[in-house]
Design a protein around this ligand. Structure first.
Ligand SMILES: Cc1cc2nc3c(=O)[nH]c(=O)nc-3n(C[C@H](O)[C@H](O)[C@H](O)COP(=O)(O)OP(=O)(O)OC[C@H]3O[C@@H](n4cnc5c(N)ncnc54)[C@H](O)[C@@H]3O)c2cc1C
Length: 373
């Protein structure tokens, strides 16, 4: 990332996060609370928190980009668990939270003493977020939330959850609000869901039964949660794109090593023109996608990035990552199908990137809209 390379402090921070990630990563289970506290001491969990609440003063999004790249290079799941908390959920609390929400959660999040999650998806509403049916009803000085959420990253380990719930039943997208919900609230139950990949990242279902949330924990404006989401999802897509490109790089390196070493028909697999050309094509695409993501990082920092810019980055990076991983599987031959090889672990971990944070088709929809279609 040019933007990171040109910012020596961000680049140095990325190296520190890389060392941290190597030290704490455990295959097949989420990192423990000690690792989160270490991330707090490093400044990772405070990247989006204002200095007044103990956040990492002076850090720009270039620091986040360097951190995401470093985490995802070690493991996609490791990157998912940390980025959902520090880069995706925490900014909602910072930008939209009341002073009470700020005081209660931001210092803990900055120190790595608390973990955050973002709960939008429901069993009946994923891509079509406006169809969500979890209800939040005001009564006295509280809202009461009832409904369920699914596929929530950090869902069973989070301390604070940004929850989207319906506050105006008939108003469609215009009747949704966001709340900061204490994950230990009475009436909230959580269940970890087994997944085929990223097992070093927690994914859970949440069930809300009249969960009491103080009025002061409303985030932003009542009924305007959908607009708040639209404002912030582009950053999530760039963060996803950075992780996707880190995976693409790892997959490309694993595959290049394989095709240089593996001999067939008296020569290396990589010297067979068909393989060499396919890898060369993907390498060229990788340069183009990286240039676009780099430009998006810059635009995000200048506040000039459009929704369609972010959609292009997410679409292209997820497809590229999966194309390289798939070719990597092919060129590793039968060994790619053995349990526990790095290429197949990355292949399994990477597949979800074309589905989550807005599926490919949702990205295409946003780009088509930008074209006036
Ligand atoms: C491991 C994991 C972690 C996740 N983490 C979170 C999280 O932290 N918070 C959260 O809120 N959600 C999270 N999600 C949910 C994720 O964002 C949704 O899975 C995603 O938005 C798709 O919704 P869905 O699964 O309901 O699929 P559906 O909406 O049912 O869509 C299924 C498929 O239909 C196709 N499709 C959808 N819309 C269109 C269209 N308009 N045109 C054509 N085809 C279309 C796409 O191929 C899509 O994959 C996570 C999911 C997974 C698997």
């Amino acid at each position: 990332m040019t933007i990171v390379v040109n910012d020596p402090q961000a680049a140095e921070f990325g190296r520190a996060v890389s060392q941290f990630a190597q030290d704490v990563h455990i295959t097949d289970q989420p990192v423990d609370r000690q690792a989160w506290k270490r991330a707090g001491a490093l400044g990772l969990t405070g990247l989006e928190v204002p200095a007044a609440f103990g956040g990492s003063a002076g850090a720009t999004y270039a620091w986040s980009a360097a951190a995401v790249d470093a985490l995802a290079t070690i493991s996609h799941g490791l990157s998912s668990t940390f980025t959902i908390s520090f880069d995706i959920a925490t900014p909602y609390l910072v930008a939209l939270g009341t002073p009470e929400v700020h005081q209660r959660w931001l210092p803990l999040l900055a120190q790595g003493e608390a973990i955050a999650a973002l709960a939008l998806t429901e069993p009946g509403a994923g891509s079509d977020l406006a169809a969500l049916s979890t209800r939040a009803e005001p009564k006295g000085d509280h809202f009461f939330i009832t409904g369920s959420k699914t596929f929530i990253t950090n869902g069973s380990i989070a301390d604070v959850i940004v929850v989207a719930a319906r506050t105006s039943p008939q108003a469609g997208a215009r009747g949704i609000s966001l709340f900061a919900v204490d994950a230990n609230s009475v009436g909230l139950t959580r269940r970890r869901i087994p997944t085929i990949g990223q097992n070093d990242c927690d994914t859970a279902e949440l069930f809300f039964d009249q969960v009491e949330v103080p009025l002061s924990h409303l985030l932003g404006t009542l009924d305007e949660g959908f607009l708040h989401l639209m404002d912030r999802l582009p950053q999530e897509r760039i963060t996803s794109s950075i992780a996707n490109l880190a995976q693409a790089d790892v997959a490309m390196n694993l595959t290049l090593t394989q095709v240089r070493e593996r001999q067939a028909f008296g020569r290396s697999l990589g010297s067979l023109q068909h393989n060499a050309f396919r890898l060369a094509e993907l390498d060229a695409q990788r340069s183009a996608v990286r240039a676009h993501v780099d430009a998006c990082i810059e635009r995000l920092m200048n506040k000039t990035m459009s929704t369609a810019d972010g959609a292009r980055a997410k679409l292209l990076s997820a497809r590229l990552e999966n194309d390289i991983l798939d070719l990597g599987m092919q060129l590793h031959g039968g060994s790619s199908f053995l349990e526990g090889t790095e290429i197949n672990q990355r292949w399994i971990d990477g597949r979800v990137t074309r589905i989550w944070a807005g599926a490919d088709e949702i990205m295409l929809h946003l780009i088509a809209k930008d074209l006036g279609l």
